[in-house]
Design a protein around this ligand. Structure first.
Ligand code: BGC
Length: 743
C-alpha cells in the first residue's frame, strides 16, 4: 500500500531537539518537572481526582485509557492554556492490532512471516489512531512466549528470537514511520521489558527466573531490534525478574537498555506498577517505591500517582539528585518536541472519519488476514472447496461472533464490527444455502476483571439444558448439508491479559460436537479461531481439513472464505509450537541436545504417559501447491570467525497453482564454549512462485547469526566450530549441509 512518509527525514536535528529541551527545562519548577513524569488514567475505574483537575494543576504529562477526540482536545486546552508549565500532553492507548480497522492479532501477524505485511498493518493502525488524537501506542509487545498456557502469547510474535526481532523492527517502522514524529504516525512502546513471557507455570504475572544467557540470547533480541529501529519508548514489565521487579530493575533499565544499547527515549511503568513495588514486597512504602523506580531508570509512572505524591519531597530532601529527575524529564520533553506538539497540540475532529474510510485500510486488513492463516491439514485435497457447493452448514458459536473474529485486546471503547466467518461465507457463495447452528456456547470457568472492561467480555452463561438443545440442533442442521464447516476455538476473552489456562484443549463441548459431526460421515472442514496454540489431537487425526485462522480481524470472515474457496492460497507458518497437552508446556523447538537424544531408546521416553513431541512444529504450514527445495550450497566450506558465508537454495513450485513458501534456515553448533540449541532459526524469506517457477533464495551467515552470549565465557563469543545447516519448510527441515568456522 501507499506509505508516502516512510522515507522522509525528521524536521528536527538532534541538536535542535536538545537545545529546545534545555530551554524548556530551565523554565520548569520542581513540581512542573514531576508532573511530566506522571501519567494519569482517564477511565472510571481509576481512583482519585478528575483528569481536568490534575492537568490544570500541572500534575500530568500524559493521559491513558481515554479514546475520545473531543475530550483529548478539551484536556489539551487545559494543559496548554491553564496549566502552570503550558506543556502539551501526550495521549496514549493500547493500539495493538488496529485502531478502527482491526488486523489479525499479533501472533497471527507473526504467522505471516512477512515483515512488509506487518509494517503495513501497524502503519494503518498508526494513521487511524493518530487521526483520533492519539500520539503514543503501548505496542509492540515483544515478549518471547514459549508457554502456550500464558494468555498473553496472543499479543506477541511467538517463541523465536530471530523471527521476533524481525517482527519487532517491522512493527516499530509501521507505527512510527521513517522517524519519530513522522506526520500521521504514533510513538511506539516496546513492552514488557523483560522476560514477562516466561512466568512460572504460564500463570500471568507470576515471577520469572531466567539466566543472563537466556535473557540475552532469547528474550532480549526483539527489544534490541526495537531500539535499533528507533523505538521511542519502553514499558517495564509487571513481574519480578530474578527476584527484582522489572519496574525497579536498574540492571535492565540502566545497564542494558541505556548503557549497552544506547536507548535515548523514556521508560513508562506498566499500570500501577510503581505503587505495586510495595505490594510485591520490594519497596518499604510508596515513597521508597518512587525513589527506587526513578533511581532504577523508570521515567513515567503509569496511573499509580506514586511519583506525583513523593518525587517532589525526595528531591527537596536530597534523597534523589535533581539531575536524575532532569534527565527523565528531558527524555519526555524530547518526544513532545519531535512530535511537533508545541506547534500543533490539537487534533482536527473531522479527520478520523476520512482516515478510517480509506478503502485501502480494509483491503490491507483482508490481505494481512489471508497471509496470516496457516493450513494445518488437507487430506485428500479437500480444500480448496468448490464454489458450486449447494448446501453448507456452519457450526460453532465463534462463527458468527464479531468479538471472536476481531480478537483479544480491543482498543478501549471500540465496538467490534468484523465480518464474521458466517457472513464471509454467505458473501462468497450468495446462491448456496448456508445454514448456521451455533451449538453450545463456550465460556471461561473463571472470569477476570478484563471481562467487564474489554470487548468480548462477559456473557451470561448458558444453562446445561439450553446447551443440550443447541448441541442437538447443530447435529440436526449438519444432517442436511453436503459439507460442514466447524468454527471452533477460543473466545477473545480466553487469551490476553489475565487469560492463562492450564489446558490447551478446545473449551466446553466443542470437541464432543466435532466428533459427533464427523461421525455423520460427511466432509468436514475445521476452522480454528484462537489466540494461542490448541491441543487439537483428535481433530489432527480425524478431520481432513484444518485451517488455523487465529483471530483475524475486521475482514476475517472474508479472508477465511477467500482461503476456503481458493481465491487465496494459504502460506502462513506457525510462529509457535503446538503441544499435544497443556502440561507439556513450555515446549519449543530450540531446545538443547541432551546426553540422551529423544530418538535414542536409552533413558527415554521423556514422559511415560504420552510423547511430548509437538502436535505441529514451529514453522509448519501447508499450501494448496507443493514446493521442492534443491541445490543447497554454501559460498565457502570454511570461514574464519568474524567472516560471513552465504547459503543459497533453489525453490520450485511443483504444484498446479501459484503459492507462497516461507523458506527457513536453521543452524546447530556442534561444539563450543557452551552447548547450543539443536536448531535455531537464522534466516527466512516468504516468496510467491507461479506453477513450475524456480527461484534462488539466499541467506547470510556471519558473526551476528553465529555469535551468542556464553555463560562459560561471561560475554558474547563466536566459536571456532562446525555448524550444521538445514533449509526447509519448517523446523524439521532435512536438506542439510555444513560450515566449518576456524580461528
Ligand atoms: C498491560 C499493558 C498495557 C497497560 C495499559 C496493563 O495491564 O499489562 O500491556 O499497556 O495495561 O493499558
Amino acid at each position: 500500500m501507499d506509505n508516502p512518509d516512510t522515507t522522509g527525514t525528521a524536521p528536527w536535528s538532534d541538536a535542535d531537539v536538545r537545545a529546545r529541551v534545555e530551554a524548556l527545562l530551565k523554565t520548569l519548577s520542581l513540581a512542573e518537572k514531576v508532573g511530566q513524569l506522571v501519567q494519569i488514567g482517564a477511565a472510571d475505574f481509576v481512583p482519585g481526582p478528575k483528569p481536568e483537575v490534575v492537568i490544570r494543576q500541572g500534575g500530568a504529562g500524559s493521559v491513558l485509557w481515554l479514546n475520545d477526540t473531543k475530550r483529548f482536545n478539551a484536556l489539551q486546552k487545559i494543559a496548554v492554556e491553564e496549566s502552570p508549565s503550558k506543556i502539551p500532553l501526550l495521549f496514549a492507548l493500547d493500539v495493538i492490532h488496529g485502531y478502527r480497522t482491526i488486523f489479525p492479532v499479533p501472533l497471527a501477524l507473526a504467522a505471516s512471516w512477512d515483515p512488509a505485511t506487518i509494517e503495513g498493518a501497524q502503519s494503518v493502525a498508526a494513521q487511524e489512531a493518530r487521526a483520533a488524537g492519539l500520539h503514543w501506542t503501548f505496542a509492540p509487545m515483544l515478549d518471547i512466549a514459549r508457554d502456550a498456557r500464558w494468555g498473553r502469547i496472543v499479543e506477541g510474535a511467538g517463541e523465536d528470537p530471530y523471527l521476533g526481532a524481525a517482527v519487532a523492527a517491522a512493527q516499530v517502522r509501521g507505527f512510527q514511520g521513517a522517524y519519530l514524529g513522522t506526520p500521521g504516525r504514533v510513538v511506539a512502546c516496546a513492552k514488557h521489558f523483560a522476560g514477562y513471557g516466561a512466568s512460572d507455570g504460564g500463570r500471568d504475572y507470576d515471577p520469572v527466573y531466567l539466566s543472563e544467557n537466556q535473557l540475552r540470547n532469547v528474550y532480549f533480541p526483539p527489544f534490541r531490534a526495537a531500539v535499533d529501529a528507533g523505538v521511542g519508548t519502553f514499558m517495564s514489565a509487571y513481574m519480578d525478574l530474578n527476584d527484582v521487579p522489572a519496574t525497579g530493575n536498574r540492571w535492565l533499565l540502566r545497564d542494558i537498555l541505556r548503557g549497552e544499547w544506547g536507548f535515548g527515549g523514556f521508560v513508562v511503568s506498566d499500570a500501577f506498577a510503581v505503587g505495586n513495588l510495595v505490594t510485591q514486597g520490594f519497596a518499604h512504602d510508596a515513597r521508597d517505591a518512587a525513589q527506587r523506580a526513578l533511581s532504577a531508570g523508570l521515567d513515567v509512572d503509569m496511573a499509580s500517582s506514586t511519583y506525583l505524591d513523593h518525587l517532589t519531597g525526595l528531591i527537596e530532601d536530597g534523597t534523589i539528585p535533581l539531575e536524575v529527575l532532569d534527565d527523565a524529564v528531558r527524555t519526555i520533553l524530547a518526544v513532545k518536541v519531535r512530535l511537533g506538539l508545541f506547534e500543533q497540540p490539537y487534533t482536527d475532529e473531522g479527520l478520523l472519519a476520512d482516515v478510517i474510510a480509506r478503502p485501502e485500510h480494509r483491503a490491507e486488513a483482508r490481505r494481512a488476514a489471508q497471509r496470516s492463516m496457516v493450513l494445518l491439514r488437507n487430506e485428500g485435497q479437500l480444500l480448496p472447496l468448490s464454489k458450486s457447493l449447494k448446501h453448507i452448514t456452519v457450526i460453532g458459536s465463534l462463527a458468527n461472533s464479531k468479538e471472536a473474529t476481531e480478537g483479544s485486546w480491543m482498543v478501549f471503547g471500540h465496538v467490534p464490527a468484523a465480518v464474521t466467518i458466517l457472513e464471509g461465507l454467505r458473501a462468497k457463495l450468495p446462491d448456496a444455502t448456508i445454514d448456521y447452528a451455533p451449538g453450545p456456547e463456550i465460556n471461561r470457568d473463571i472470569p477476570s476483571w478484563f471481562e467487564s472492561a474489554m470487548a468480548g467480555g462477559s456473557r451470561a452463561s448458558q444453562s446445561p439444558e439450553d446447551a443440550e438443545r443447541a448441541y442437538q440442533a447443530a447435529l440436526a442442521t449438519a444432517q442436511r448439508a453436503d459439507l460442514i464447516i466447524m468454527v471452533l476455538g477460543e473466545h477473545a476473552n480466553m487469551s490476553g491479559e489475565a487469560a492463562s489456562r492450564a489446558s490447551l484443549d478446545l473449551p466446553g463441548r466443542q470437541e464432543e460436537l466435532l466428533k459427533a459431526v464427523v461421525a455423520l460421515g460427511k466432509p468436514v472442514v475445521l476452522v480454528l479461531l484462537n489466540g494461542r496454540p490448541l491441543s487439537i489431537n483428535w481433530a489432527a487425526d480425524h478431520v481432513p481439513a484444518i485451517l488455523e485462522a487465529w483471530e483475524p480481524g475486521t475482514e476475517g470472515g472474508h479472508a477465511v472464505a477467500d482461503i476456503l474457496f481458493g481465491d487465496a492460497n494459504p502460506g502462513g507458518k506457525l510462529p509457535v509450537t503446538f503441544p499435544r497437552k497443556g502440561s507439556h508446556a513450555p515446549l519449543y523447538y530450540a531446545r538443547n541436545t541432551t546426553h540422551s537424544p529423544e530418538e535414542s531408546p536409552l533413558y527415554n521416553p521423556r514422559y511415560w504417559d504420552g510423547l511430548p513431541t509437538p502436535l505441529y512444529p514451529f514453522g509448519y504450514g501447508l499450501s494448496y501447491t507443493t514446493f521442492a527445495l534443491t541445490n543447497l550450497a554454501v559460498s565457502a566450506p570454511q570461514v574464519r570467525v568474524g567472516d560471513s558465508a552465504s547459503v543459497t537454495v533453489d525453490v520450485t513450485n511443483t504444484g498446479a497453482v501459484a503459492g507462497d513458501e516461507v523458506v527457513q534456515l536453521y543452524i546447530h553448533q556442534r561444539f563450543g564454549s557452551d552447548s547450543r540449541p539443536m536448531r535455531e532459526l537464522k534466516g527466512f524469506e516468504r516468496i510467491t512462485l507461479q506453477p513450475g517457477e524456480t527461484r534462488p533464495v539466499s541467506f547470510q551467515l556471519g558473526p551476528a547469526e553465529l555469535g551468542y552470549w556464553s555463560t562459560n565465557a561471561g560475554r558474547w563469543v563466536q566459536d571456532a566450530t562446525t555448524i550444521d545447516l538445514w533449509v526447509g519448510s519448517d523446523s524439521r527441515a532435512t536438506l542439510h549441509t555444513q560450515l566449518v568456522v576456524t580461528v
